[in-house]
Design a protein around this ligand. Structure first.
Ligand code: FMN
Length: 176
């Protein structure tokens, strides 16, 4: 199946997860940074992934989808977002985190995507830009009220989770 995986990633986890998904799918695929990604016209399956920053996917992934929405509506589309809070929480009448990150992207489509999901990422302070480091530090202290002076390393990257996600894609493709 002609497959394109387009990702937006600041620190590599969305790309790595994309590689794991493709490995499990077993299709020959092109894996492209959204900044250099081709139009999706020549592909049957288009998988689109983004890291989550400040409660949403990266703007360049929204821009790609908006640009090619008409073409994408005719493809098998899979969406995934990579973040720390895959579960989300209900607070004061609103859902924060989890599906709230991906739902605005799903809602762009008239034809519902074949599959979509949230996958666990990582925070590696050694990789972060100074701005992102400071943003996180202030989030931990002001929002989570943790009183930390360093951003801790935390990885929840999980190859099995990515493979299970890919297996669901295979299953849904077989059913269509
Ligand atoms: C500045 C900053 C903001 C972030 N905001 C969120 C967020 O709102 N929700 C969340 O669950 N994870 C958040 N994360 C965690 C990222 O989603 C996680 O690091 C992910 O693995 C990034 O993917 P990437 O390496 O492909 O860019 C944030 C990380 C940074 C550095």
């Amino acid at each position: 199946m002609r497959t394109l995986l387009v990702y937006a990633s600041r620190y590599g986890s969305t790309r790595l997860i994309g590689e794991w998904i493709i490995e499990r799918l077993g299709f020959v695929a092109e894996i492209k940074d959204v900044k250099k990604a081709p139009a999706p016209s020549a592909y049957e399956l288009v998988i689109i992934g983004s890291g989550v920053y400040s409660e949403g996917v990266l703007p360049e992934i929204n821009a790609y989808i908006d640009k090619y929405l008409d073409v994408l509506e005719e493809k098998q589309v899979v969406l995934y977002a990579v973040c720390m809070d895959v579960e989300g929480v209900y607070l004061k009448g609103k859902i924060w985190g989890g599906w709230a990150y991906l739902l605005p992207v799903i809602k762009k489509f008239k034809n519902p995507p074949l599959h979509a999901g949230l996958l666990h990422g990582e925070i590696n302070p050694a990789k972060l830009s100074q701005d992102d480091y400071q943003r996180l530090l202030s989030f931990y202290n002001k929002v989570l009220r943790r009183q930390v002076d360093k951003v801790p390393y935390k990885t929840m990257l999980n190859k099995q989770e990515a493979w299970t996600f890919a297996e669901k894609i295979l299953w849904r493709l077989k059913k269509r």
